[in-house]
Design a protein around this ligand. Structure first.
Ligand code: NAP
Length: 546
C-alpha cells in the first residue's frame, strides 16, 4: 500500500445511497430499494433509487466524451488501474464490513477477494504498460514487387468504446464494480458504465467512490467511469440498448445473459455481449483413480462443492464414475464431508429460492437418491437464507432421461452418476452442452483413456483440469474462463486473466500511412519497445526500410 492508500475518512464516510455519474454523486431516480442482510432479512440503510433515463443519459454522454482521451493515454490508464487498487485498500474495514452485511460472505473470504480484485487491477496495469496486448503487426511495403507493388500494411488493436458492465452477485468485489470486467474495459481504453448488482448496493457505492477518487487523482476525464444502481431489469435493458454502449460484460444467470445478448443483437447496431452464465462443470473419475484414492477424491470434491456455499460458476455439479469399484467408499466419504459442512447462508433470497426449488426437483426425480444433506432451514421462518450442502446419487439411465440434471443449480449440490464403463464416460462427455470447466481424475496406468476423454472434453469446455477440482480460478495470463454456449455467449472470450482485455478491443489496419500519422505502436522506430510481428517474425527491434 502506498502512503495515499492509508485508511482515511472517505472510507469511514456514511453511505448515502448515491449513483456515481462521471465524478458526481446523485441520488435521483425512480423506485427505492435497499440492501438486505441475508442472515436475518434485515433491511439495510440507506435506500437506493433506480437510475432513470436522465442518469443513464448523463453517464452515456460523459463516457462518449471521455473515450478518445482514455484510448490514447496508455500510461495514464496503467496509473488509473493502480490508483483504483490503492483507493480500494484505503476504504479499509468499512468496505469489508458493509460487504459482509450485504452478502453473508465471511470476512476471510472477502479479504481474499479484495486481494484478488486489487491484484487483477495491478496485473492489467502491467499489461497496459507492456503494450504487447495491442498485437502490433507490420508487413513492410515493397514498391518493387512484381507484377504489382506490395502495400505497407500495419495493424493493431484499438478500444471498442464505452462498455456496460453488470456487477455479479457472487463476487461483490472481484466481479462487481471494480472487478474483472471493469478492469479489462479500462485497461483496453474503454470507459465503463457499471450497473451495480442490487444485492450489494452499499459495497458498490463505496467502490464507486474509490474509482472516482482514482480517476480524479490521475487526471483522466470523469466520464471514464459511472455507477448506476437499479433493480428490476429496466435499467439493464436500457443500458445494453443505448447507442453509446459498444460492448457488454456480464456474469449471472443463463436467463439474464441470454436476454441481454438478444437485446444487443436486436439493436440497429448490434454489439458483442460477453456473458458468463455458468455450467455444471462435470467431473469424470476413471476406474483406476477410483480404486486408488476414492476417499481422497470424495473429500476434495466435497470441499469444492461446499466452498463459498457452492456459489461459484465453477461449482462441480455432476460427477461421472465408471463401474462400482470403490464407489461405496467414495459416496460414504463424500457424504461425510458434505454433512460436516455447517449450515451456511446464501447471497440473497432470489438465489436461495432458486436453489431450494431446483434441488427439490432433482431429488424428486425417480432413480435419484440422496446421500447427504437435509431439509433446508426454512425461509423466512428464521429470516435467513440458510442451506446445507446436498449430495445425490443416480445412474446413467436416469441421467439420460432427465434433462433437468444438466441445468446449473447455483449452490452446494452435486449429483453422482454411475456409468457402466469408460466407454460410457466418453459418450457422456461427447454429449455435454458447453461448459466452463471439465475435470478428469485418472491414474498413470490409464493415460490412454484419460487422453481420449480429455480431448473430447476439450471440445466441450473452456478449461480441462487433471486430478484437481474446478473451483478456485487462478487470475493469470494463461487462464481461460469461458466456454461454448450456454456457458458463455462467446466461446472465444475469457472473463478471467489478462486475455480478458481482448474482448474490448478491435483491429484497425493502416495501409500506406505516412509515419507521422501512424500510432506510436506501429512506427518504424518502435518507441515503446513493443514486441511486434514484423514480416511474420516477432521482434522488439525497430523496422528498417527494405
Ligand atoms: P441475474 O438474475 O442473472 O442478474 C444479474 C444482473 O443482470 C442483475 O443486475 C440483473 O438486474 C440483470 N438482469 C438479469 N436479467 C435481466 C434482464 N432480462 N434484463 C435486464 N437485466 C437483467 O443473477 P443473480 O441475481 O446474481 O442471481 C440469480 C441466478 O443467477 C442465480 O440463482 C444463479 O443461477 C445465477 N448466477 C450465476 C452465476 C455464475 O457465475 N454463473 C453468478 C451469479 C448468479 P436486475 O436485478 O435489475 O434484474
Amino acid at each position: 500500500m502506498t502512503d495515499a492508500a492509508k485508511p482515511d475518512d472517505r472510507a469511514a464516510a456514511e453511505l448515502r445511497g448515491e449513483h456515481w455519474i462521471a465524478g458526481e454523486a446523485s441520488r435521483g431516480g425512480g423506485d427505492a430499494f435497499h440492501g438486505v442482510d441475508p442472515t436475518s432479512s434485515e433491511r439495510l440503510e440507506p435506500a437506493y433509487f433506480d437510475a432513470g433515463d436522465a442518469e443513464l443519459e448523463r453517464a452515456a454522454l460523459a463516457a462518449v466524451s471521455a473515450a478518445p482521451r482514455l484510448a490514447s493515454a496508455r500510461a495514464d490508464r496503467a496509473a488509473l488501474l493502480e490508483a483504483i487498487a490503492d483507493e480500494i485498500m484505503a476504504l479499509g474495514d468499512s468496505l469489508l464490513e458493509r460487504c459482509e452485511r450485504e452478502t453473508a460472505l465471511p470476512r476471510a473470504r472477502l479479504v481474499g477477494e479484495r486481494g484478488r480484485t486489487t491484484s487483477q487491477l495491478r496485473m492489467f496495469a502491467a499489461v497496459v504498460r507492456d503494450g504487447g496486448y495491442v498485437d502490433a503487426r507490420i508487413d513492410r511495403g515493397d514498391p518493387e514487387r512484381s507484377p504489382a507493388p506490395r502495400p505497407d500494411v500495419r495493424r493493431m488493436l484499438h478500444p471498442l468504446g464505452p462498455v456496460a458492465v453488470f456487477g455479479a452477485s457472487n463476487f461483490p468485489l472481484a466481479f462487481s464494480v471494480a472487478g474483472g470486467d471493469t478492469a479489462a474495459a479500462l485497461a483496453a481504453g474503454c470507459p465503463a458504465i457499471v450497473k451495480g448488482h442490487p444485492a450489494h448496493p452499499g459495497t458498490s457505492e463505496l467502490v464507486a467512490r474509490a474509482i472516482t477518487a482514482a480517476v480524479k487523482k490521475v487526471g483522466l476525464p470523469a466520464g471514464v467511469f459511472s455507477l448506476l444502481h437499479g433493480r428490476g431489469r429496466a435499467l439493464g435493458a436500457k443500458l445494453v440498448q443505448h447507442p453509446a454502449i459498444k460492448a457488454v460484460g456480464f456474469t449471472g444467470s443463463l436467463a439474464g445473459g441470454r436476454a441481454l445478448f438478444d437485446l444487443a443483437a436486436a439493436r440497429p447496431e448490434p454489439i458483442p455481449v460477453f456473458a458468463e452464465m455458468g455450467s455444471v462443470n462435470p467431473v469424470f473419475i476413471m476406474p483406476g483413480a477410483m480404486r486408488a484414492r476414492s476417499a481422497a477424491i470424495a473429500a476434495g470434491l466435497g470441499r469444492s462443492v461446499s466452498l463459498g456455499v457452492g456459489q461459484f460458476c465453477t461449482n462441480p455439479g455432476l460427477v461421472f464414475v465408471a463401474g462400482e469399484d470403490g464407489l461405496e467408499a467414495f459416496t460414504a466419504s463424500l457424504a461425510r464431508t458434505l454433512s460436516q459442512t455447517p449450515v451456511c447462508v446464501m447471497l440473497h433470497e432470489g438465489i436461495w429460492t432458486d436453489y431450494i426449488q431446483r434441488v427439490a426437483l432433482q431429488r424428486q426425480l425417480p432413480g435419484v437418491t440422496m446421500i447427504a444433506g437435509g431439509p433446508a432451514v426454512p425461509f423466512p421462518a428464521n429470516g435467513s437464507c440458510s442451506v446445507k450442502p446436498v449430495g445425490l446419487l443416480t445412474d446413467l439411465e436416469t441421467y439420460e432421461s432427465s434433462p433437468r440434471l444438466l441445468e446449473e443449480v447455483f449452490g452446494p449440490v452435486t449429483v453422482i452418476i454411475k456409468c457402466p464403463d469408460v466407454a460410457a464416460l466418453e459418450a457422456v462427455a461427447a454429449g455435454l452442452p458447453g461448459q466452463l470447466t471439465a475435470t478428469v481424475h485418472a491414474e498413470r496406468g490409464e493415460a490412454g483413456d484419460a487422453a481420449t476423454l480429455a480431448r473430447v472434453l476439450g471440445e466441450r469446455a473452456g478449461r480441462v483440469i487433471f486430478n484437481g477440482f474446478p473451483t478456485g480460478v487462478e487470475v493469470c495470463h494463461a487462464m481461460h474462463h469461458g466456454g461454448p454456449y450456454p456457458a458463455t455467449t462467446d466461446a472465444r472470450a475469457t472473463s478471467v486473466g489478462s486475455a480478458a482485455i481482448t474482448r474490448f478491443l478491435r483491429p484497425v489496419c493502416y495501409q500506406d500511412f505516412p509515419a507521422a500519422l501512424l500510432p506510436a505502436e506501429l512506427r518504424d522506430e518502435n518507441p515503446g519497445g513493443l514486441l511486434r510481428m514484423v514480416d511474420g517474425t516477432c521482434t522488439r527491434e525497430p523496422v528498417t526500410s527494405r
